[in-house]
Ligand binder design. Structure first.
Ligand SMILES: *[C@@H]1O[C@H](CO)[C@@H](O)[C@H](O)[C@H]1NC(C)=O
Ligand SMILES: *[C@@H]1O[C@H](CO)[C@@H](O)[C@H](O)[C@H]1NC(C)=O
Ligand SMILES: *[C@@H]1O[C@H](CO)[C@@H](O)[C@H](O)[C@H]1NC(C)=O
Ligand SMILES: *[C@@H]1O[C@H](CO)[C@@H](O)[C@H](O)[C@H]1NC(C)=O
Ligand SMILES: *[C@@H]1O[C@H](CO)[C@@H](O)[C@H](O)[C@H]1NC(C)=O
Ligand SMILES: *[C@@H]1O[C@H](CO)[C@@H](O)[C@H](O)[C@H]1NC(C)=O
Length: 466
């Protein structure tokens, strides 16, 4: 496989600016040079920023493969009882991107920033006002094995399909629950972003199929699933880029027709079950769109520079940080693993919509998107919601889309019926919790606790209707 092809394997990865980081690299070494001569090293990860628990959840005793986890207990657990405090699991996309991006760049309690003190050469951490662990326990898993700090004993053991991904995740989640007797009864919500639009339904489906076969004490107490800017039904979603970009004014009619032609190629390969060709065709769609729009990133059409992961990688390369996370110093951190991306290359265009159709009959499901994402945005997700085979669908489509305010300010829109909720978050791209930390927190808290617009007996605001 050529190196370009391998790069292309990264479907939903973060193209964080390698261009922007080069001058920074030079600056970094200059600062390091001065620093070594003038300062002693300060702590990057202060004690209060350490996870409550972190380390490894073995998924294969024979081979030693294991999933890396970092867990942060709720800052304000349920005052009635800790054993009722929800546990939120976060899965990053890629395929092959580390959930440490979610942790330190999006929704964890501490966010990485460039050094605020000019004399420091290392990144710093700042408390996140929008952290998802305010009132819930928050568990980050580097999934599948081979991703981030997770260990794949051999490349052959890395899952190549969603069934295999879910099998490992199920083992890891049960191992995590077994770490503390208080975890057993806590309601579990599985969340994730982008390519986790595949993982989240797949592990949810796996749990609900496996639970009835297990004694009560060994079941996973799954209470809901949430997907942000997800890729779930790729054949449908790949057909939406041309129209979306045309109506955003980003391409003209001629380019729209050309883009539609490439989209059809991806759809045709998918229909024919030519999975690898279909994945490549989808990448061609995104590449064409990137080329003709000249945007800094398709992850957010508003941005004039890409999201920057330089300091995130610096943070996770640091021996002190690895030690605090329970990671062997010899582990080399990769924000996105090319090997994992390659292993799942033929999985990309396979739909898991049928799993969502199964899940929404049994548990609650939240689909949320940042409005400015051109990859897996609002239109992209609505296009497959409409195709769901679910008896509640018509009621959902007929439901009023509510205006959603947070602290008195417009935050987006919520449409909900029965077990399905759909949220559009304004002023956000693909990395929604990075762009709208506080609103993303309000959303996840209200959805989990069935509050506000997510309340089951929510009465629509009649004054607004008049
Ligand atoms: C563990 O590894 C062995 C040897 O590769 C394999 O046969 C087995 O299926 C693996 N188990 C899991 C749960 O992946
Ligand atoms: C706390 O737990 C109690 C008892 O299970 C429950 O009724 C209540 O809704 C929970 N509150 C929050 C904020 O989770
Ligand atoms: C895709 O398939 C349709 C229907 O079979 C056909 O009309 C169209 O020309 C094909 N498009 C491409 C780009 O292959
Ligand atoms: C986009 O531009 C790159 C770099 O010039 C080129 O390699 C690629 O083939 C272009 N993609 C498409 C679909 O035209
Ligand atoms: C770290 O990994 C190295 C190389 O695999 C190994 O020799 C060493 O024992 C490991 N250290 C710990 C503390 O596990
Ligand atoms: C929603 O989920 C509940 C279980 O929590 C189930 O009983 C109900 O039938 C589901 N509703 C629909 C419309 O599928």
């Amino acid at each position: 496989m050529s190196s370009t092809k391998r790069e292309a394997d990264h479907v939903e990865l973060i193209h964080l600016s390698s261009m922007a980081s080069k001058p920074l690299n030079l600056l970094f070494f200059m600062l390091l040079f001065f620093h070594l001569h003038t300062h002693s090293s300060a702590s990057i990860l202060p004690k209060e920023a350490h996870p409550t628990k972190s380390g490894y959840l073995p998924v294969n005793a024979t081979t030693g493969s294991a999933i890396f986890y970092a867990f942060y207990e709720a800052q304000f657990p349920n005052h009635t009882s800790l054993s009722q405090t929800p546990l939120v699991i976060w899965l990053q996309g890629g395929p092959g991107c580390s959930s440490m991006t979610g942790n330190f760049f999006e929704l964890g309690p501490w966010q990485v920033t460039p050094p605020l003190d000019q004399n420091l050469q290392h990144p710093e951490l700042q408390p996140n006002p929008g952290s998802w662990n305010r009132i819930f326990g928050l568990l980050f898993l580097d999934n599948p094995i081979g991703t981030g700090f997770s260990i794949a004993s051999t490349p052959e053991e890395i899952p190549t399909n969603q069934q295999a991904v879910a099998r490992h995740l199920f083992i890891a989640i049960r191992k995590f629950i077994a770490l503390d007797p208080l975890f057993k009864s806590r309601p579990i919500y599985i969340t994730g972003e982008s390519y986790a639009g595949k993982y989240v339904p797949s592990i949810g489906y796996y749990i609900l199929k496996r639970n009835p076969l297990l004694p009560l004490s060994k079941r996973v107490n799954l209470q809901g699933l949430a997907i942000g800017n997800g890729l779930t039904d790729p054949e449908t979603q790949v057909g939406t880029h041309a129209l979306q970009s045309y109506y955003f004014g980003l391409i003209n009619e001629k380019q729209k027709i050309q883009l539609e032609k490439i989209q059809f190629e991806a759809i045709n390969f998918t229909k024919a079950g030519k999975w690898s060709d279909a994945t490549d065709a989808r990448l061609k769609v995104l590449s064409y769109l990137q080329n003709v729009t000249g945007l800094a990133t398709l992850f957010d059409f508003r941005r004039n520079i890409p999201y920057d992961s330089y300091w995130l990688e610096e943070l996770l390369k640091t021996p002190e940080v690895k030690k605090a996370l329970g990671v062997n110093e010899s582990m080399v951190f990769e924000k996105c693993s090319k090997v994992v991306g390659a292993a799942l290359h033929s999985d990309v265009m396979k739909s898991v919509r049928f799993k969502v159709e199964y899940l929404v009959k049994k548990t609650k499901v939240l689909l949320f998107q940042g409005q400015c994402d051109l990859r897996d945005g609002v239109v992209s997700v609505e296009s497959w919601i409409k195709k769901m085979k679910w008896e509640g669908l018509q009621k959902f489509l007929d439901a009023k889309r509510d205006v959603w305010n947070v602290n008195g300010v417009l935050a987006g829109y919520v449409q909900k019926s029965d077990n399905l909720s759909h949220v559009v978050v304004l002023g956000a791209g693909h990395y929604l919790p990075t762009d709208q930390p506080v609103n993303s927190q309000a959303m996840i808290e209200d959805w989990i606790l069935d509050r506000g617009l997510f309340a089951n007996n929510h009465i629509q605001n009649l004054v607004m209707d008049l």
